[in-house]
Design a binder for this molecule. Sequence first.
Ligand code: FAD
Ligand code: UDP
Length: 370
Amino acid sequence: MFDYLIVGAGFAGSVLAERLASQLGKKILIIDTRSHIGGNAYDCYNEAGILIHRYGPHIFHTNSREVFEYLSQFTQWRSYEHRVLASVDGQLVPIPINLDTINRLYGLHLTSFQLEEFFASVAEPKARILTSEDVVVNKVGRELYEKFFRNYTRKQWDIDPSELDRSVTARVPTRTNRDNRYFTDTYQAMPLHGYTRMFENMLSHPNIKIMLQTDYREIVGTIPYREMIYTGPIDLFFDYRYGKLPYRSLEFQHETVNTPVHQPVAVVNYPNEHLYTRVTEFKYLTGQEHPKTSIVYEYPRAEGDPYYPVPRSENTALYKKYQALADATSGVHFVGRLATYKYYNMDQVVAQALTIYKKLRETENRRSPE
Ligand code: FAD
Ligand code: UDP
């Protein structure tokens, strides 16, 4: 008899498996339809021996000391600050838009102060910032919005930014200094030996059994367990009772090229050209040295594995209906990006899982006080 059946071996499921087994001595069965642990953060060595991220680039960054210290039990780190260039008007310029972006794009020599004035002169101030278009146009005006955001967003989401919640483009700041880092979080690092190794360390407790290449629906009536932690898509759990929640997918085209370096930074974004949104060169992320290099192209897709919840009000409303069903389903806990339909980064999923763990611990302690 397992205490917990955990559906999904990504960050949400693995954190909970680790905590419940190591801290409360619970017996865990963690199960995934895929042939590996790690969920979308899975990495592996390809045929050329280069460490790649199968499901696209995963860069770890967080402001949460608790999350960073928690994961540090399972991995050492390699300091890494992420930098991205965007291909715009025939040049590769920094994104997030900063002082160098504007000076290079327009052949200017503005200071930070002058750039603030420039932004103020081109911005279209909005009384209410509701959409992903509002966020950008309100700060940097329509021309820069068109060059950097409009087409990228349409490609990625198949929706105009004016129909997407403001939270999507708000992920990318605007700067008037020369800081060209993609993130400014306190902790920015990559697991020294990769994500998969870190997940292996999390799941190595003898109380944790792992079952791969299995949909939980195949075993749910046959293997006894007390409670379930579910990290798959919430609409699937309820057999799409209210219809499908939109999730956006990607097709990853991996390639190894016979040259040590392919592009000047880890990621180049292509807002206006090509059918792909961005190209990632993994060696920048991992620090690996190798005579060849591996890259991945991301092609947005409507069909395929669910990768991104689509933040817009009608989807949130539909999610709320599923959430009400989830709240009324006793013995099942919904955690993670797909099960709570939130556009969460890895650290946010870890934080959410640690919070759920603390709640479960309270319930367990009430059930059998020490
Ligand atoms: P997942 O990792 O999706 O795990 C859920 C697991 O459940 C999956 O392995 C799935 O196979 C399994 N499952 C689903 N249904 C079933 C079922 N019926 N039976 C059994 N198993 C099932 N975050 C960052 O912080 N930094 C980044 O740079 C970053 N880059 C990203 C790039 C891309 C292209 C994508 C898609 C995401 C990125 N993220 C990034 C977000 C990150 O991937 C997620 O926050 C995190 O992996 C979510 O963990 P999770 O456990 O909630 O979900
Ligand atoms: N975005 C854009 N142009 C860019 C980078 C981002 O329009 O050069 C928008 C786009 O809508 C994207 C969102 O901002 O989906 C969030 O970008 P982020 O890089 O955080 O996306 P993720 O890494 O989660 O795919």
